[in-house]
Design a protein around this ligand. Sequence first.
Ligand SMILES: NC(=O)c1ccc[n+]([C@@H]2O[C@H](COP(=O)([O-])OP(=O)(O)OC[C@H]3O[C@@H](n4cnc5c(N)ncnc54)[C@H](O)[C@@H]3O)[C@@H](O)[C@H]2O)c1
Ligand SMILES: [Zn+2]
Length: 347
Amino acid sequence: MKRIRINTPEGKSILLMGGTVRDILPLLPRKGLFIITDTNVRKIYGSIFPPGEVLAIEPGEKSKTLAVAGELCRQMLEAGADRTSFVLGFGGGVVCDVAGLVASIYMRGVRHAFISTTLLSQVDASIGGKTGVNLGEYKNILGTFRQPEFVLCDHEMLSTLSDEEFRSGLGELLKHGAIRDRNLFFDVAAAADRLSSRDPRILGDFIMRAVRIKAGVVKRDPLEKGLRRILNFGHTFGHVLETHYKIPHGMAVAQGMIIAAELSVWKGEMPHSELRLLQVTMEKTGLLTDYRLPAGVVNMMAKDKKSEAGSLNFVLLRMVGKAIVRKIPVTELQAFVSYYNEKQDSG
Ligand SMILES: NC(=O)c1ccc[n+]([C@@H]2O[C@H](COP(=O)([O-])OP(=O)(O)OC[C@H]3O[C@@H](n4cnc5c(N)ncnc54)[C@H](O)[C@@H]3O)[C@@H](O)[C@H]2O)c1
Ligand SMILES: [Zn+2]
């Protein structure tokens, strides 16, 4: 098991990469443990849950609401949770986002940690201390920053993921390469077949490379005032596609990355040859989709958190492996969306 530490002024977090549930038992309190999970994860891994009160939500994005978070708080209160209680989120990104939020607001905050069970949450969602739920069709509008005390990533657990959820995780893994590590990006695509065997050692190496990138960015900018924005690459278009077409987060982000790369070329920031390279490589990993941008996409994006006074802070690429942030006026984005959809329609 390898350890990565994230120390920020707001809190410390330790990432336990490649360990098992047994390794974290000494880190948990003997009393007052509340395990927040979803019903799928409970069915598969319930028998190895540490001793504690289990609260299970419905699986999937529909559970990322303030109502679900409130209901979990109510169940904790009824079960006697107090300020000394400890919340353990045991699941994928949805569970971690909701459990993290509950832990940060219940009685103004209780201790918490995660056991991260999807590829997407092991490379991204469980790490970095962002919690959140959606507000109607708008993603992650309500949330907090709060570092989990530890995150356990047991790569053996990825063997039970569906192919679709596994591919979704590859989307965020590729994102880390696209923004900061050109070799990682191409290595993931070259290893796509070997990765799909779910060998925990092969997966562990790639997850570690992605997590080092994310941890490095979070340490420098824990509250997303500047550099951390690059982690949102692919997410501005991606969030709209995810909500509109109800597709897994990482799949939507993958197409969002390709659209953002097109925008980078359109804005003259990146050569067209890099866009082609990105597209061909994503195709190898089964992540090339061609959803049309829905009507009203720019209005929806303007309500995303990356917008300020008629402009959006957009993450673009200079090349595969190097992200930049540019302010783009909403009117210019409107013109780009028309260009993009016409291109899609003409095949
Ligand atoms: N907070 C952050 O920094 C951050 C970063 C990236 C993504 N996210 C959020 O993460 C969410 C997506 O996370 P996700 O893809 O993990 O989704 P998820 O939590 O919905 O998990 C996907 C599906 O896999 C099932 N599952 C979980 N672990 C399993 C296992 N080991 N074996 C079999 N099935 C398993 C779940 O029950 C669910 O049906 C999105 O809401 C996204 O916004 C948050
Ligand atoms: Zn994401």
